[in-house]
Design a protein around this ligand. Structure first.
Ligand code: B4P
Length: 195
């Protein structure tokens, strides 16, 4: 089993690149953002709770997202690997993920961290807001709040994986295909080591 994390600030292209990576490597895509939006669209109790945080640009409480990921792992026992997109976003989530994967004897092989400037992030998210219908993409102050949450709570997650020498930084600006090549070359290096 080959497990990887695609990491980066909001709008850095995690969702965009995940689609291409899962097609190439046959991994199961687990996006906490997508899972939360699915709960919101069904108006479940979990979705209603999550929406209150997401509309303000804040992170959803750890226990909610950790529970969702745990269920998703249980629901896919035969997967040849998982691509975690937008998770973990706090140190507590990173520790919980390590424990869940320990049970499967399949630790994270690599964290790929996309680097994008703040102005580019805001520009991309406002542009997506014109068509996505996502309430957290239309208001610049909410977008800035998401970036602040990233600096305050999420950036430290890279330090957590750095202590195990698992972080690869990848340039997240340029064409989608060039960024994809940068990600693939990091994955292929790790796969050679694992196999
Ligand atoms: P997410 O759904 O994870 O998404 P995101 O951070 O908004 O964006 P992503 O990086 O995936 O960007 P994308 O590829 O779409 O989070 C949404 C919210 O959910 C969070 O704010 C939080 O409230 C909650 N949440 C999710 N996970 C959580 C967790 N673990 N814990 C707590 N809360 C959680 O790209 C953005 C745009 O850029 C797109 O329009 C795309 O077309 C464009 N783009 C991509 N690559 C480009 C390129 N190379 N050049 C130009 N544009 C590009």
């Amino acid at each position: 089993m080959f497990n990887l994390i695609l990491f980066g600030p909001p709008g850095s292209g995690k969702g965009t690149q995940s689609e291409k990576l899962i097609a190439k490597y046959g991994l199961k895509h687990l996006s906490t953002g997508d899972l939360l939006r699915y709960e919101i669209s069904r108006q479940t109790a979990l979705g209603q709770e999550a929406q209150r945080f997401m509309d303000k640009g804040q992170l959803v409480p750890d226990e909610v997202v950790i529970g969702m990921i745990s269920s998703a792992l249980d629901a896919n026992p035969d997967s040849k690997g998982f691509l975690f997109d937008g998770f973990p976003r706090t140190s507590a989530q990173a520790e919980a993920l390590d424990k869940l994967l320990e049970l499967k004897k399949a630790p994270i092989a690599v964290m790929l961290a996309l680097e994008v400037s703040e102005e580019e992030l805001v520009k991309r998210l406002l542009k997506r807001g014109e068509t996505s219908g996502r309430s957290d993409d239309t208001n610049e102050s909410v977008i800035r709040a998401r970036i602040t949450e990233y600096h305050n709570k999420t950036a430290a997650v890279a330090d957590y994986y750095r202590q195990f020498d698992k972080v690869a930084m990848v340039k997240g600006e340029g064409t989608i295909d060039d960024i994809f090549s940068g990600l693939c070359s990091e994955i292929d290096k790790k796969r050679e080591l694992v196999s």
